[in-house]
Ligand binder design. Structure first.
Ligand code: SAH
Ligand code: SF4
Ligand code: F3S
Length: 452
C-alpha cells in the first residue's frame, strides 16, 4: 500500500479531476492519506485564475520540498506532482522554479497520470505532459468507479471558446469539448447506484454543451437534463457554470418543466456596465442579462440567482462601478462571489494601460461585498419559517447533527438528523445564520396519528 495525498485548488472541475486522479492511481496501490507528511505521493491540483491562487502553489511546493528532504533522510521517498491549470500554463517553468517537482500534468492529459508515475519512478528527471486530449481523457477516466457521497459532480463539458479578455481558462483548459450524452448518462447511473441523489453537471461553460446524442443528433444541455431526469433514484440536478450568451430558450423552459432541476442558477455577469462588458468581450449587454433573469423567473418563480463579479477591470470608472451596484440591486442575488481584477499573463487585459489602482479596487470590492452580503442575509431571512426538502450530505459539528442542502444550495444544520444522511427529508427552517440556515425535523408521522 502506498499513500496518496491530493490537495485541490480552484473550481469544482478540479474537484472532479482530483477524484479521477485518485481513481486512476488506485490500481497502482495508492490509498488516500489525510496528510502530506506521510504520503508517498503528493498531488497539487492547481488553479491559475488569479495571481494569488497561482502563487499559493509555489509556497506549498516549498513546504513539500522540505518534507521530501526529511523523508529522504529516513530512506523514504515522496513523489511530487503538479496537476491542473498552473501545470498547463507554466509547464517546465514549474520544475525550473522548484526542482523537487517530479511530475507536471495538465488537466487534459490526466489520463496519462499513471504512466507518468511509472516514468518518474524509472528515471530521475521530471515528467511533463500538457497535451490537449479531452476526448481521450474522458474515454479512459470514465471507466473509473463512482463516488458514494449523496451529492456528486459530473464533468460534461470542458474548455472555453469565449475568450473573455481577463481570463486564463481558454488557454489552460483549451477549446470547448462536450462529452457524448451516452457516456454521461452511464456515469450518472453509476453515481446513483453508488448512492448519489444529486448530481451537479460541470463545465467551464456548461450551458454551451453540444454533445452527440444517442440518436445521432447534437444534444443541448436542456435535452441532456431531460434524459438524466429519467434516472430513478436521482432526485436533484444542478449545472454550473453558465454563460449568459448560452442560456438557450429550451434551457430556460427546462427550469419550468423539470421538477428535478433545482431552483438555483449561478449566472456570472462580472459587471453591470455595458462599456466594461464590451471591453471584457463578454458578448452581451446589461439589458440582455436583466432580460434573461426576468425570463428565467417567469419560468420558475422561486429561482435563486448567484453570480461572479470582477471589480477594477482596466478602465472601470466610478460610473461603471455604480452600474454594477445598480444591476445587483435590480437582480437581488441569493449568493455571489466577487473579486478584484487580477492581471494574468498572456491575457489581453493584462496589457491594458488603464489599470485601476489597488486602493480603488479594494474600496469597490468592499462596497460591492457589503451589498451582496445584505442581499444574501435577506434571502436567508426570507427562508425562516418555511418548510423545504433537504438532501442530507454529511455530519454536522455537533453530536447527532447533520448538514443538508436546501433547493437553493444553502447549507442547513439540523439536530438529530445524523441517521438521515443520504436521504431527502422535509424540514422546517428556524433561523438564518451568516452563511447557513438552522432547521429542525418536522414532527414524526407517528405523533400526528391520533392514539386509539
Ligand atoms: N466560466 C465562468 C467562470 C470561470 S472563472 C464564467 O464564464 O463566468 C470563475 C470566476 O473567476 C469568473 O467568473 C470571474 O469572476 C473570476 N475571474 C476570472 N479571471 C479573473 C481575473 N483575471 N481576475 C479576477 N477574477 C477573475
Ligand atoms: Fe473565462 Fe469567460 Fe470562458 Fe468563463 S466564459 S471561462 S470567464 S473566458
Ligand atoms: Fe482555476 Fe482552472 Fe478552474 S484556472 S477556476 S482550476 S478551470
Amino acid at each position: 500500500m502506498k499513500k496518496l495525498f491530493i490537495k485541490t485548488y480552484g473550481c469544482q472541475m478540479n474537484v472532479y479531476d482530483s477524484a479521477r486522479i485518485a481513481d486512476s492511481l488506485a490500481p497502482l496501490g495508492f490509498v488516500a492519506s489525510a496528510t502530506a507528511q506521510d504520503a508517498d505521493m503528493v498531488v497539487l491540483n492547481t488553479c491559475h485564475i488569479r495571481e494569488k491562487a497561482a502563487e499559493k502553489v509555489y509556497s506549498e511546493l516549498g513546504r513539500l520540498r522540505r518534507m521530501k528532504e526529511e523523508r529522504a533522510s529516513r530512506g523514504e521517498s515522496m513523489v511530487i506532482a503538479v496537476a491542473g491549470c498552473v501545470a498547463q500554463a507554466e509547464g517546465r517553468e514549474i520544475t525550473r522554479r522548484q526542482s523537487a517537482v517530479d511530475i507536471v500534468v495538465g488537466p487534459q492529459s490526466l489520463h496519462r497520470f499513471p504512466e507518468l508515475v511509472a516514468r518518474a519512478a524509472r528515471d530521475a528527471s521530471s515528467a511533463l505532459e500538457t497535451d490537449f486530449a479531452p476526448e481521450e481523457k474522458f474515454d479512459v477516466l470514465s471507466a473509473s468507479s463512482g463516488a458514494s457521497a449523496p451529492t456528486a459532480f459530473l464533468t460534461i463539458q470542458e474548455g472555453c471558446d469565449k475568450f473573455c479578455t481577463f481570463c486564463v481558462v481558454p488557454y489552460t483548459r483549451g477549446a470547448e469539448y462536450s462529452r457524448p450524452a451516452i457516456q454521461i448518462e452511464a456515469e450518472a447511473r453509476r453515481l446513483v447506484e453508488h448512492g448519489a441523489r444529486e448530481i451537479t453537471l460541470l463545465g467551464q461553460n456548461v450551458n454551451a454543451y453540444r454533445g452527440e446524442g444517442p440518436d445521432g443528433e447534437t444534444w443541448s444541455l436542456a435535452r441532456l437534463l431531460q434524459q438524466l431526469a429519467e434516472i430513478d433514484g436521482l432526485e436533484r440536478l444542478r449545472y454550473t457554470t453558465s454563460h449568459p450568451r448560452d442560456m438557450a430558450d429550451d434551457l430556460i423552459a427546462a427550469h419550468g418543466s423539470l421538477g428535478k432541476l433545482m431552483p438555483h442558477l449561478h449566472l456570472p455577469v462580472q459587471s453591470g456596465s455595458d462599456a466594461v462588458l464590451a471591453a471584457m468581450n463578454r458578448q452581451h449587454t446589461r439589458d440582455h442579462y436583466l432580460r434573461l433573469i426576468e425570463r428565467i423567473r417567469e419560468a420558475r418563480a422561486d429561482i435563486a440567482f448567484s453570480s461572479d463579479f470582477i471589480v477594477g477591470y482596466p478602465g472601470e470608472t466610478d460610473a461603471d462601478f455604480e452600474d454594477t451596484l445598480a444591476l445587483v440591486r435590480t437582480v437581488s442575488y441569493a449568493q455571489a462571489f466577487s473579486f478584484k481584477y487580477s492581471r494574468r499573463p498572456g491575457t489581453p487585459a493584462a496589457a491594458a494601460r488603464k489599470q485601476v489602482p489597488e486602493p480603488v479596487k479594494s474600496a469597490r470590492l468592499q462596497e460591492l461585498q457589503g451589498l451582496l452580503t445584505t442581499q444574501q442575509n435577506a434571502f436567508g431571512k426570507a427562508c425562516e419559517g418555511r418548510r423545504m426538502p433537504l438532501l442530507f450530505e454529511k455530519a454536522g459539528r455537533e453530536r447527532g447533527q447533520a448538514v443538508g442542502r436546501s433547493p437553493y444550495l444553502q447549507p442547513v444544520h439540523v439536530d438529530g438528523a445524523f441517521h438521515l444522511i443520504g436521504t431527502m427529508v422535509d424540514v422546517q427552517i428556524d433561523e438564518a445564520l451568516a452563511n447557513s440556515l438552522r432547521g429542525s425535523l418536522l414532527r414524526p408521522d407517528c405523533e400526528q396519528v391520533p392514539a386509539h
